[in-house]
Write a protein of this length. Structure first.
Length: 319
């Protein structure tokens, strides 16, 4: 419990000092075509969240005289996180980011399985599909980080409610609380005070933590692959439909744009309503996933719902 209290106080002091009192100009993001802010805003949020979580698990490892599992996960993502920090300051070539993402996900899967399944063409195909899916999730989750509170509130919803409904015996253990408390503090400075962004480093960090959460829930049979796909469906539907529309219109897919679902909604409504719409979407997906526990033979419906929704979104955005 003492780590939880320390976590909250340390997070609050760190954000207050480096966001409000002594901001680091190096991390300031200038207004651009993708964003909805009109003044420079610090992108140091992801770095501060990482520092808090890292220090907590570092001291836990020292006290327990053994390497904490969560601390090991932070070491796995550390090289990629450093690349993202640099990218927040000055843009890095996308190929470098993809290479580090592929290496990070491969090491993570190697840690979970003990070895990568490449014994034959079938297992090699499955392994490659999983790596591509998880790397895509890292990027698609990052794409959604465009308005205050959108990504961080979605992260908290998934962690809190899926832990409670699908793993009630281990609901929000101390390690999980250590992870989410600095994100709650960040949400206050981001959503309420509007003084800080996650940056690419923060959104990639949160996406990686979600991947670890999914792998853990899958390994313990609390979530199956269909449920995980459904949870992440919004990110994939939005990204895939955006890419397809740009290809149809023969536009550069890497050119700045405002055609993501949340961007289209934010053009009509304020970000409070956009976050509320996301909450409703998450509640619907949560309800469907909960029903699948009772009706496991209906898992194939997830695939049908997913592709029907993709078609609907493409038609809606393209018209």
């Amino acid at each position: 419990m003492i780590f939880i209290f320390f976590n909250f106080i340390f997070s609050l002091i760190l954000f207050y000092c480096l966001v409000l009192k002594f901001p680091i100009k190096l991390f300031y993001k200038q207004p651009d075509q993708r964003g909805f802010h009109y003044t420079p805003i610090s992108q140091i949020g992801g770095l501060l969240i990482f520092i808090v979580i890292f220090i907590n698990f570092f001291f836990i490892s020292i006290i327990n005289s053994e390497l904490n599992l969560n601390f090991l996960f932070l070491l796995i993502i550390f090289p990629l996180f450093c690349i993202c920090i640099i990218d927040d300051i000055r843009e890095i070539n996308i190929s470098i980011r993809i290479i580090f993402q592929l290496l990070t996900i491969s090491v993570l899967l190697l840690f979970y399985n003990g070895h990568l399944l490449i014994d034959n063409i079938y297992y090699l195909t499955i392994t490659l599909f999983i790596i591509i899916y998880l790397v895509s999730f890292l990027n698609f989750f990052n794409f959604m980080d465009g308005i205050n509170g959108y990504v961080s509130s979605n992260f908290l919803f998934i962690i809190i409610f899926y832990s409670y409904l699908f793993n009630p015996l281990n609901y929000l253990d101390n390690y999980l609380l250590i992870t989410i408390i600095p994100i709650i503090v960040f949400l206050y400075f981001n959503f309420i005070l509007k003084k800080v962004f996650l940056g690419d480093s923060g959104s990639i960090l949160l996406a990686f933590i979600l991947i670890v959460f999914y792998l853990d829930m899958y390994e313990k049979s609390f979530l199956n692959i269909y449920q995980i796909i459904l949870i992440n469906s919004l990110y994939f539907i939005d990204a895939i439909s955006t890419f397809l529309i740009k290809l149809i219109k023969k536009e550069n897919i890497f050119h700045p744009h405002k055609t993501h679902i949340y961007q289209l909604l934010n053009a009509k409504y304020n970000y409070y309503l956009v976050n509320f719409f996301q909450l409703l979407n998450n509640i619907v997906i949560l309800a469907i996933n909960y029903l699948l526990i009772k009706f496991t033979n209906l898992n194939f419906l997830i695939v049908i719902i997913f592709f029907l929704f993709v078609m609907f979104v493409i038609v809606y955005k393209y018209k």
